[in-house]
Design a protein around this ligand. Structure first.
Ligand code: MOS
Length: 740
């Protein structure tokens, strides 16, 4: 289905099922432990052996020798395969930078260098410890701050929709900034972060002749099929990738990693199915992470608060040929100002690969831009909500002829201020006490683009009148199963429980996949297109020629004629298959989503510890397909934002080049006790430019801006501005107001 003009009224607008807070249809499987995750798929192939991955003990250099004799002799060992057994690095697809396996060269700490396959996990692990590896170590670069001053300009894309050219100029930034009566010029930092999803990277691989099946945990089935086929040098049609349930990804599972490659190679060498999970301590250094940034923001404004000049630059690091963290991309679009300058710099670092993590670019970019806006509001003695309101724009500030499809950022701010009780905030910092707590409120804006992309699906009316949906779309904990069932139910006039949704199999039609908050809108639009085809086929089967065929209450009606869906399928199942093709609709309008985040914190005056007291997000993200699953996405993202603001940080060992806190004991993320009252409001503005669903992405929007709202609340509480995330107590304790 070509989508080349704004959607008119269509069956989705009935909102009988879509738009309702339907419980997750996969909920019972999740809560009873019966959703089949990759590592537990004992039933898919007989005689599975266990693979254990060995990681490099150096960050840069090469392997000179590996002695596997003892490991091979160890009890239960089936086979040992080392990186030296594969002459050169396996070829990467476009999503990967670091070598996944093969050759003697070491690019980063915990690069996979061997797999031991054994009868049990314990035997594989214990044999792996017997491999002796000799290395030649070469010096590496591990310190972003040291590389930043001479890092070259480099544009790029996050791989998830954010992008920025190396340098982007509109008007005369330098002149306008010099002339501005009120200005902010500050430098901020954000740390390296790891996805820390619950389910580790895990795969089972089984060969049948030259055909390979992998049961894995992956967000993007088609990308991964393409890239795994390339890595293994097999034709894609000989490969099946299956990933029906995923225990979180956050961008860490957008592409293949060492687990699936080594399961496939291990299974080939062992001549039997092999399962591999990366151990938790391998994940931070073997896979990818969100790169640290050093960002500078310069804002110049007139005394009335109108921005005249905006500049934002960001430096991140990555392996050679890696991507920059696109932390300035939102700054190109968020606020009006005639004079603008944004640029990215990229330093070469020999740390593990930097890549997409939830809202890559915008998450760290907004942590900084929205703190700078708070600093500007203070310099102007202006309310930070009002500052954002008067600098709103309804067009792309760099391209005034390019309007936003829908933009209700001001309504987010106003609605949130009202609901949160913003008028109670004391604009003077460090004035409000509640016992031992200094109390403050903060606000920040959220922004994330809405990506349109092709997505296909198949829907079949079965003989019993039930419907089966098949697409390679994934559910990474987001509620995909449920919104697809709702879409089919709405289109075909049945109940949600009459729809069986099957996902994550590369034998199914190719979908948008889960990434960049593009999954919900595009995948439901693809199913919408397939449903239109099925409606036609059913009407034809029934001989209902009338253009006005209605599908409701399990029946098909045309004029005075009516039949049940079961009747229609009496002669056999009927299938509809099609895809959503957004043509250039995503380019004709700037399609974005908006939020306002409000946070109240308490900072312990004796210890400096910050506790979040309450949070509110107001989101403008088109039609909300399911307010319950969307709310879960947003409160989860707000929780992740608390982690980013207050605790998450991969600590870099700058001597040996690794992330030292590579487990959940030392890489801190929020737990339930850290999270207080959370509120989410969705504005109801369907976007007819986004798809026939009129929906947009929301899963990453929820994270965008949260960290700055917390930082701004801390400043309001304490009067101490901390510009280096995370805002741990040591960074402001000495400067807190005197208690006595
Ligand atoms: Mo993307 S970082 O997988 O949501």
């Amino acid at each position: 289905m070509k989508f080349d003009q704004p959607a008119g009224t269509n069956p989705i607008d009935q909102l009988k099922v879509v738009g309702k807070a339907v419980d997750r249809i996969d909920g019972p499987l999740k809560t009873t432990g019966t959703a089949p995750y990759a590592y537990e798929r004992h039933d898919v192939a007989p005689d599975q052996a266990y693979g254990y991955v060995v990681g490099s003990a150096i960050a840069k250099g090469s392997i000179t020798r590996m002695d596997t004799a003892d490991a091979k002799r160890a009890p239960g060992v089936v086979t040992v395969l080392t990186t030296l057994d594969v002459a050169k690095p396996l070829p990467n697809g476009p999503q990967n930078t670091a070598t996944l396996f093969g050759g003697a060269a070491i690019q980063h700490y915990h690069q996979a260098i061997a797999i031991v396959v054994a009868e049990t996990f314990e035997q594989a692990r214990s044999a792996a410890a017997l491999i002796r590896t000799e290395y030649t170590r070469t010096p590496g670069k591990y310190d972003l701050a040291k590389e930043e001053p001479h890092a070259p300009l480099k544009g790029g894309s996050s791989g998830e929709g954010s992008s920025a050219p190396p340098i982007d100029r509109v008007g005369d930034f330098a002149g306008a900034f010099a002339a501005a009566p009120v200005k902010v010029d500050q430098t901020y930092t954000t740390p390296d972060e790891t996805h820390a999803m619950m389910e580790p990277h895990a795969s089972i691989a089984a060969w049948s002749g030259d055909r390979l099946t992998v049961w894995t945990s992956n967000q993007m089935i088609a990308w991964s099929k393409r890239d795994l086929a390339k890595a293994l040098s097999i034709p894609p049609e000989k490969l099946r990738v299956d990933s029906p349930f995923i225990g979180g990804g956050f961008g860490g599972k957008l592409f293949i990693r060492a687990d699936v490659v080594l399961a496939a190679l291990g299974a080939k060498a062992a001549r039997r199915p092999v399962k591999v999970a990366l151990s938790r301590p391998m994940m931070a250094n073997n896979t990818t992470h969100r790169p640290a940034t050093i960002q500078r923001v310069r804002l110049g404004a007139n005394r009335d608060g109108r921005l005249t000049a905006i500049a934002h630059s960001s430096t991140s690091g990555n392996l050679p040929d890696g991507k920059p963290e696109t932390a300035v991309s939102q700054t190109k679009l968020f606020y009006a100002a005639p004079n603008r300058e944004t640029y990215l710099k990229l330093a070469v670092l020999d740390l593990p690969e930097g890549n997409a993590m939830r809202a890559p670019g915008e998450a760290p970019g907004l942590m900084v831009l929205e703190m700078a806006m708070d600093e500007l509001a203070e310099a102007l003695r202006m309310d930070p909500v009002e500052l954002r309101v008067i600098n709103d724009t309804q067009v792309d500030p760099e391209k005034p002829n390019h309007p936003f499809s829908e933009r209700h950022y001001v309504e987010c701010l106003r609605t949130g201020a009202e609901r949160f009780g913003w008028s109670q905030r004391n604009p003077k910092p460090a004035q409000v006490r509640d016992g031992k707590w200094l109390v403050g409120m903060g606000v920040a804006g959220g922004f994330r683009n809405n990506q349109l992309t092709k997505s296909a699906a198949r829907i079949r009316l079965e003989r019993d009148g039930r419907l089966t949906v098949e697409t390679d779309m994934t559910d990474i904990g987001t509620g995909t199963y449920t919104i697809l069932a709702q879409t089919a139910a709405e289109m075909m006039g049945v109940r949600v429980q009459d729809v069986n949704v099957r996902l994550g199999d590369s034998d199914f039609p190719v979908s948008a996949g889960s990434g960049g908050q593009w999954g919900a809108n595009n995948s439901t639009a693809g199913l919408y297109a397939a449903c239109l085809k099925l409606r036609e086929a059913i009407a034809q089967r029934l001989g209902f020629a009338s253009p006005e065929v209605a599908f409701a209450d399990g029946k098909v009606t045309a004029g005075s004629r009516s039949a049940t869906l079961k009747d229609a399928a009496q002669a056999g199942p009927i299938t509809g298959e099609d895809g959503f093709d957004p043509t250039d609709m995503g380019k004709r309008w700037q399609q974005s989503t908006f939020a306002a985040h409000f946070v109240e914190v308490g900072v312990n005056i004796y210890t400096g510890e910050t506790r979040v007291r309450r949070m509110l997000a107001v989101c403008d993200a088109g039609r909300i397909l399911n307010p319950k699953s969307a709310r879960s996405q947003v409160i989860g993202a707000m929780t992740m934002g608390v982690g980013g603001a207050l605790m998450e940080e991969l600590a870099v060992d700058k001597r040996f080049g690794l992330f030292i806190n590579h487990d959940l004991a030392t890489y801190e993320v929020p737990v339930h006790a850290d999270i207080p009252h959370q509120d989410v409001i969705f504005l109801d503005h369907p976007d007819d430019k986004s798809s026939p669903m009129k929906a947009k992405g929301v899963g990453e929007l929820g994270l965008c801006g949260v960290g700055a709202a917390i930082a701004n609340a801390i400043y309001n509480a304490t009067g101490v501005r901390v510009r280096d995330y995370p805002i741990t107590l040591d960074k402001h304790l000495e400067k807190l107001p005197q208690v006595a």
